[in-house]
Design a protein around this ligand. Structure first.
Ligand code: PLP
Length: 399
């Protein structure tokens, strides 16, 4: 048999799959697992959006749409980008895809040539390096320091840029760290990016989930040049709790948008027509504001709860200001023993914690943070409380 393509051989298997599969099996076996693994809001899609989905079916909105999405959805997204981010896009500059992940894939495929370097601040969402590799690019990591709140500094960025740098993937707020850059911090980075004349893939999927009154700032709004060089990626998965509907998008300059649109027209064609219809309603209705306010308030309360529990348990973490994740340090446990096995990595820690206390966490080796586990607080207060208490107990019992 001939070899499979090098491109797919380069893609790394996800280390998180093993632990989530184990947690799932335990649940199926009737064990009450507290899972900090969730990557999505634990809210139903709001009723007004569900109604719109049903209406789409009743109206027969079940056929192909233009490959980049209907004019209605692209106009609604353009309105959102103007209203929320002060960015001017014609609807033709927007391509609606099957979730933000697909939009990120399109962005990478559209700008990366073989050997191009793409800067990825670490810790990062584990998909970024794989997308860069799929596009034959070379991921270049900048290690953001926990002491800097897991945010890269302008000096670090300057140092990482070479003649081969094509782009940076900038994720704000960040999965997995929950870090949020202030407007000022973004401007410092934007100046360097502008000088270097590189692209920015700006993943803004958690835009609506920032706390502590941080003003959200899209890097694309810094200057005309940054606007031209940025591919904004966003979607409705996290903000409207629509992860299963699969609607995300890119907004970028007209030339790139055309290239992305024609690529998508050959690969997937349009994203789901019913989901597109419901997304128009999600974005245009005033009910969205209320849903968002309530969801954000709940996440904020849980964020404070989990932070205080971690502090009380003397588990080190970086105070999160966005999304619904917090990174807890587990490197202090390395070298200790659980059930006769030495913990040498975050994966060892997560496996042993799951086996001993039925608490699932996401080890962060694949997120570029080998001494940490990611905890998602998209779960109930009760689960947060009992999960952290069990984690504390587990750490105390280590030999
Ligand atoms: N970007 C980040 C940082 C994410 O965490 C996720 C989902 O977990 C996505 C993009 C993908 O979003 P979607 O579900 O719309 O593909």
């Amino acid at each position: 048999m001939k070899d499979i393509a090098l491109r797919v051989q380069r893609v790394s298997p996800s280390l998180t799959l093993e632990i989530t599969a184990k947690a799932k099996k335990m649940k199926e076996d009737g064990i009450a697992v507290v899972s900090f693994g969730a990557g999505e809001p634990d809210f139903n899609t709001p009723d007004y959006i569900l109604r719109a989905g049903k209406e789409a079916l009743d109206k027969g909105v079940t056929k192909y749409t233009p490959a980049s999405g209907t004019i209605a959805i692209r106009k609604e997204i353009a309105k959102k980008l103007k209203y929320d981010n002060g960015l001017d896009y014609d609807f033709s500059q927007i391509v609606v895809s099957n979730g933000a992940k697909h939009a990120l894939y399109n962005a990478c495929m559209a700008i990366i040539n073989k050997g191009d370097e793409v800067i990825i601040p670490a810790p990062y969402w584990l998909t970024y390096p794989e997308l860069v590799k799929l596009a034959d690019g070379v991921p270049v990591y900048i290690d953001a320091d926990a002491k800097e709140g897991f945010k890269i500094t302008p000096q670090q960025l300057k140092k990482a840029i070479t003649k081969k740098t094509k782009a940076i993937i900038f994720n704000n707020p960040s999965n997995p760290t929950g870090a949020v850059y202030t407007k000022d911090e973004i401007i410092q980075l934007a100046k360097i990016i502008e000088d270097a004349d590189i692209y920015v893939i700006s993943d803004e999927i958690y835009e609506k989930l920032t706390y502590d009154d941080i003003e959200y700032y899209s890097i694309a709004s810094y200057s005309k040049k940054l606007y031209e060089n940025t591919i904004v990626v966003n979607g409705v998965s996290k903000s409207y709790s629509m992860t299963g509907w699969r609607i995300g998008y890119t907004a970028c300059n007209a030339t790139l948008a055309k290239a992305i649109a024609s690529m998508q027209s050959h690969v997937t064609s349009n994203p789901n027509s019913i989901a597109q219809y419901a997304t128009v309603v999600a974005l245009e209705s005033d009910e969205g504001e209320k849903f968002l306010r309530d969801m954000k308030k709940t996440f904020d309360e849980r964020r404070k709860l989990i932070s205080s529990l971690l502090s009380n348990a003397q588990i080190k973490y970086v105070y999160p200001q966005g999304a619904f994740y917090v990174m807890a340090s587990v490197q202090e446990t390395f070298g200790k023993t659980a059930n006769g096995k030495v913990i040498k990595s975050a994966s060892d820690f997560a496996s042993a914690l799951l086996e001993s206390k039925a608490v699932a966490t996401i080890p962060c080796e694949s997120f570029g943070a080998s001494g940490y586990v990611r905890l998602s607080y998209a779960i109930s207060n009760d689960d947060i409380t009992s999960g952290i208490q069990k984690m504390e107990q587990f750490i105390k019992e280590l030999k």
